[in-house]
Design a protein. Structure first.
Length: 145
């Protein structure tokens, strides 16, 4: 019951924050349709694309603004494949940011490793973090091609 109440509160807070800024959660990929706000972050299905081979190494993306803080990721490539995505920075000052990002970051990481590309959708309820993640990730992956 406690988790349900927290999920409802988070959904309301995120919805109000987005509404007050006149921002609607959308997919982080260009030219795709909008997604809806969920009461807790959930991954949006990705489209299948051929895997790209990357140069082995560790690549750090540029820091990207996520409104409540910055997101910066580091991508580890081994055997030409994405093996890890590390969050070097993310919004974590407010309790709500910690809760939302604590749920969104593992989903975003897994989406990238599964897709083996930056061609992933965002996480509902964490649209600002998702967009900043995508921007930093693209910056890192551009160094690995």
């Amino acid at each position: 019951m406690k988790k349900l109440i927290v999920a409802i509160i988070v959904g309301c807070v995120v919805g109000l924050a987005l509404f007050s800024r006149n921002i609607h959660p959308v997919s982080i990929k260009p030219n795709s349709s909008a997604s809806s706000v969920a009461s807790s972050p959930t991954a949006t299905p990705t489209t299948s694309t051929p895997a790209q081979t990357y140069k082995d190494g560790t690549y750090t993306g540029q820091s990207a603004d996520a409104y409540y803080g910055n997101v910066q990721v580091q991508v580890v490539i081994s055997g030409g494949k994405i093996t890890d995505v590390r969050f070097l920075d993310y919004p974590h000052d407010a309790g709500t940011s910690r809760m939302i990002n604590g749920q969104a970051m593992p989903l975003l990481k897994q989406e990238v490793i599964t897709a083996q590309s930056g061609n992933v959708n965002g996480v509902s309820g964490a649209s600002a973090t998702s967009q900043a993640f995508y921007n930093s990730l693209q910056s890192a992956l551009s160094q690995a091609v």
